[in-house]
Design a protein around this ligand. Structure first.
Ligand SMILES: O=C(O)CCC(=O)C(=O)O
Length: 292
């Protein structure tokens, strides 16, 4: 049964994104937020990124350099659906998943997920990029669903997006031979000039086309900003690069059935470099906490 209206689907196709309210039930939202609170508490005992490790052996929890026991700066949890029943449930079984199926279904496959947290005082920012350049596939029927774990407004580091950029080029994330994980500064300036912010109450979701250019600034407000970010693809979109964040549930069909064929879109894609660190923030030049 369709959850999104035709007008919302048309908006997504035109703009490359859509913000919709009530993507999870109040009980689901409360369970997600309770996990976050517990993980933030746990991070106080750690000086450097920590486990339980991800499928490929990297730390699951990453903190910014400003992290301390008194003022935690936990900024990333990799594939929370691998370690939390609440996050797994929302990934598989929520209005958010139904909305994604309305956009790229009926057959939908899970790729990976993560939480990006900006606690108050956190310096974390996200430089402009398109997700497709990190996760190229045989076609671009791919949606990044960014679920708001907190109320997001003009003060706390909202996501900003460049409407319509999903119909333009896929920008390089390289500076010469160096993988920077971000578009060139001149491209970012041009994208920022035509960007709009995505605000909304906790429980809303921003559904973003994989080629939409986006980023976000640091949290300068007095409330935390958390996003639960799930990447879903059409079942017949097949990865052209190793998953930057492999998950126990990678490839799981969350709606419909598996594909027998891969659908190919013509074109050239630049292949990303795979991160070795706990999160892409380090690739974008923002070091993790150290014990020094
Ligand atoms: O955390 C954010 O503001 C943006 C997240 C994002 O761009 C990403 O993880 O690809």
């Amino acid at each position: 049964m369709a959850v999104l209206s035709q007008a919302q689907i048309d908006d997504f196709r035109r703009d490359g994104y859509l913000v919709a309210p009530d993507a999870v039930s109040p009980a689901q939202l409360a369970a997600l937020r309770a996990e976050i609170a517990a993980w933030v508490e746990k991070s106080r005992a750690h000086r450097t990124p920590f486990g339980p490790p991800t499928v490929d052996g990297r730390p699951r929890f990453d903190m910014g350099t400003e992290h301390s026991a008194e003022k935690p700066a936990l900024r990333r949890i990799n594939n929370p659906s691998d370690i939390s029943a609440a996050y797994l449930d929302v990934m598989r079984q929520s209005r958010m998943t139904d909305m994604v199926a309305d956009l790229i279904g009926p057959d939908v496959k899970f790729h990976h997920c993560k939480i990006n947290l900006k606690l108050t005082g956190a310096k974390t920012e996200v430089l402009y990029h398109q997700d497709f350049a990190y996760t190229p596939h045989t076609n671009d029927d791919i949606v990044t669903a960014l679920l708001f774990l907190d109320d997001i407004d003009a003060t706390n580091g909202a996501l900003t997006v460049a409407p319509g950029s999903h119909k333009g080029p896929v920008y390089s994330l390289f500076d010469g031979d160096t993988f920077t994980g971000a578009v060139a500064p001149s491209v970012e300036a041009e994208l920022l000039a035509r960007s709009v912010p995505c605000y909304g109450p906790a429980g809303s979701v921003c559904l973003m086309h994989t080629r939409l250019a986006h980023g976000s600034t640091a949290n300068r407000g007095s409330t935390a900003r958390g996003l639960y970010i799930c990447v879903y693809t059409a079942a017949d979109a097949v990865p052209l690069a190793r998953n930057p964040m492999p998950s126990l549930h990678e490839g799981e069909i969350v709606r419909g059935k598996p594909a027998r064929t891969a659908r190919l879109t013509q074109g050239l894609v630049e292949l990303p470099q795979q991160p070795k660190s706990a999160s892409f923030f380090t690739v974008q030049g923002q070091a993790s906490a150290t014990s020094a």
